[in-house]
Structure formats: structure tokens, C-alpha cells
Design a protein around this ligand. Structure first.
Ligand code: NAI
Ligand code: MG
Length: 351
């Protein structure tokens, strides 16, 4: 991507910050406290999104928010609520389309030993713009049933498949990974996911001898991820399969509270947790900000601040495994604020 701008009169990187809905503002506050305490050089530009955007501007993605991301090319966002069924289109899908964020990077790494699975270190790369998420959907009414027939078309392009598989291989090279697995359903969705496999295999040839490549059918892959997840290294797949499998691999490392995501494109990159706005625990002060913290770690990697990224991940490891301060979903009792305070202490003493 093109060079990032710096904030006027300083060498800080301006970054759009969207607190979001539900637990969003609570976890975003925790993350900013930690990043500021460690001296991460960001100039935050807070912007509205989601329900707050609807309330203030009549749009979950107000123009000023989009302009801010367009200018900064960098955003950290809390989860945004999308009502199920009618009403607004998914805000997250709109953001991905607006900035052509074609790569959705979702790593899953064991944070706390002693869980159901040890030593998980998987990377899932999901195609973020095509497939069944293009929303070519409609109903055909029959008699008095307006929703008698529902139709959805998926779109995968050879170029889109090449681009995401190339991204997965390049990422594997950068991180010293050994293997990329292309996940598809080309036995049934022969055109839609067949083209993904076909284009993916072409790309894989360019990495022969450096990065191994194999392929799996998505349902078998789901089972194998539960039986023997260690056989996988980097997984690259289409939009819907990636959405589902990324929640599955989050489950291997203790749940959504520990799963970060990055949405990467040519024009911008937006970092967020995999989880949503968690309305069931919003306002209770118990949300786990780790997923968003790890997303901020991916953002630090992305802008080349690798030392800060490593320091952040070390502090998270220390707080979870030495200080034994953990949020409820990771088996502890810490509130969001207690956990953030423990992290602030760790990063401050490391400076
Ligand atoms: P969710 O991810 O918000 O919640 C699923 C379960 O995980 C809930 O029991 C919740 O309490 C728990 N959970 C999630 N994050 C947690 C955290 N940080 N700490 C502790 N527990 C956590 O999924 P749900 O309920 O299906 O979606 C709620 C809303 O979020 C919907 O409107 C959905 O559209 C939106 N959403 C937004 C996303 C985004 O902005 N990227 C991603 C996924 C969903
Ligand atoms: Mg999802």
C-alpha cells in the first residue's frame, strides 16, 4: 500500500478510531489506554459508526467517518451492530467494499496454556469482497407468501482469487510459514469455488520449493480442524467459508475474546476484533479487550512498528500467564478495567 500520512506538526500516525456499538466503547477505551501507555505513536481521530452514527447522522457510516479513513488509510474499530434481516446493509461489508479491503487476516494463537487445544498457531486468510457476500439476493413471491423463494448468487473472479491467494503466500513468506492450504467446495459449487481452487493452484506454482501447498474441501477441513488442527499452517479461503472457519479457529484458542482481525486493501487497512458488539454483556464492564488489543498488534505490524507489536504481545502474555489477570471468558475474574490496568502496568515498566 502507499505511504501513510503523518499528523500535522508531529511524527505521529493519524488513525481513525471508531468506538462502535455494544461492548465497543468499553474495549476501545482499554486498548487506547494500553497503546498510549506504551507510547505507540498514533494520533487518534475518533469518528462515529454503527448505532451512534444512525443516531447522530442518520447513517451507520457517516461521510465524515469515511473521509477520515480515506485520509488516514488506517482505522481501528470496535464492533458495529447490524440488525438481522431488513434495514441497513451490514456496515462491515460496506466498509470492506468502500475501501476494497480484499484480504481479511485472522490469526488464532494459543494465549493461555491448559485449554482444550495446546500450541495452536494458525493463520486464516479470508477473501473479503466476493463470493456469497456480494448480496445479489432477492425473493420471488408465490401467492400471498412474499418470501416463498429466496435466491442468492455468489461471484468469485479469477483475479480476486489470484489476489487473495497471492496475499496468503506472501504473508506466509514474510512470517516464515511452511504451508498454505486452499479451502473450497469445488466438488459441489464447481464454478463458484472451482475457479478459486484453479486460480489458487496457479499462484501456488510460483512458490514451489519455498511454501508447500495443498487443498481441502471445507466440510472435511472443519472436522480436521477439530481433530488435528496442528496439521494446518496458513489457510486461504472464500468469503463465507472464511467467516465460518475463522470463528471455529477462534474457538480453538479460547473463544472470540482472543481472536483479532485485519482488513487489508490497497487504499486502507482497518483493524478490528472478529467478535461482534456482544449485546448480552454490553455495559457490564466484563468484556475481554484482548481480541481488539491483538488487532492493534496487527496494526502495529502493518505500519512497521514491529517492536511495539512485540512489546504489546509480550505484555498480554505476561498479564495472562504471570500476573494471572484474565477476563471471565478466559476463565478469570478480571473486569475490563482491571485487565487494562494490569496491562498498563506491564507496558509502563517495560519502557
Ligand atoms: P458477538 O460476537 O457479538 O457475541 C457472541 C458471543 O461471544 C456472546 O455471548 C458475547 O458475549 C461473546 N463475546 C463476544 N465478544 C466478547 C468479548 N470481547 N469478551 C467476552 N465475550 C465476548 O456475536 P453476535 O451476538 O452474533 O452479534 C452481535 C452483533 O454484532 C450483531 O449485530 C452482529 O451483526 C454484529 N457483529 C459485528 C461484527 C463487526 O463489527 N466486525 C462482527 C460480528 C458481529
Ligand atoms: Mg463472522
Amino acid at each position: 500500500m502507499t505511504a501513510l500520512p503523518t499528523a500535522h506538526g508531529s511524527n505521529k500516525l493519524p488513525c481513525t478510531l471508531i468506538p462502535g456499538d455494544g461492548i465497543g466503547p468499553e474495549i476501545v477505551e482499554a486498548v487506547i489506554q494500553v497503546l498510549d501507555a506504551m507510547g505507540a505513536p498514533f494520533a487518534w481521530e475518533t469518528q462515529l459508526g454503527g448505532m451512534a452514527g444512525i443516531a447522530e447522522a442518520g447513517d451507520p457510516l457517516p461521510g465524515v467517518t469515511l473521509d477520515s479513513i480515506r485520509k488516514n488509510k488506517l482505522a481501528l474499530k470496535g464492533p458495529l451492530t447490524t440488525p438481522v434481516g431488513g434495514g441497513f446493509r451490514s456496515v462491515n461489508v460496506r466498509l470492506r467494499e468502500e475501501f476494497q479491503l480484499y484480504a481479511n487476516l485472522r490469526p488464532a494463537k494459543t494465549l493461555v496454556p491448559g485449554g482444550r487445544f495446546e500450541n495452536i498457531d494458525l493463520i486464516l486468510v479470508r477473501e473479503n469482497l466476493e463470493g456469497l457476500y456480494v448480496a445479489f439476493e432477492h425473493y420471488i413471491p408465490v401467492g400471498d407468501d412474499a418470501h416463498a423463494v429466496a435466491i442468492s448468487s455468489g461471484v468469485n473472479t479469477r483475479e480476486g482469487a489470484r489476489r487473495i491467494v497471492r496475499y496468503a503466500f506472501e504473508h506466509a513468506v514474510k512470517l516464515g510459514r511452511k504451508k498454505v492450504t486452499i479451502v473450497h467446495k469445488a466438488n459441489v459449487l464447481k464454478a463458484l469455488t472451482g475457479v478459486f481452487l484453479e486460480a489458487g493452484k496457479e499462484v501456488a506454482k510460483q512458490y514451489e520449493g519455498r511454501i508447500a501447498c495443498d487443498d481441502r474441501i471445507v466440510d472435511a477441513c472443519a472436522m480436521q480442524l477439530v481433530l488435528n488442527p496442528w496439521q494446518y499452517d496458513v489457510i486461504v479461503t472464500t468469503n463465507l467459508f472464511g467467516d465460518i472457519l475463522s470463528d471455529l479457529i477462534a474457538g480453538l484458542v479460547g473463544g472470540l475474546g482472543a481472536a483479532p482481525g485485519a482488513n487489508i486493501g490497497e487504499k486502507a487497512a482497518i483493524f478490528e476484533a472478529v467478535h461482534g458488539s456482544a449485546p448480552d454483556i454490553a455495559g457490564k464492564g466484563i468484556a475481554n479487550p484482548t481480541a481488539l488489543l491483538l488487532a492493534a498488534g496487527l496494526m502495529l505490524d502493518h505500519v512497521g512498528l514491529t517492536q511495539h507489536a512485540t512489546a504489546l504481545r509480550t505484555a498480554i502474555d505476561d498479564v495472562l500467564n504471570r500476573d494471572n489477570v484474565r477476563a471471565g471468558d478466559l476463565g478469570g475474574k478480571a473486569s475490563t478495567k482491571d485487565y487494562a490496568a494490569a496491562l498498563v502496568q506491564r507496558v509502563s515498566s517495560a519502557r
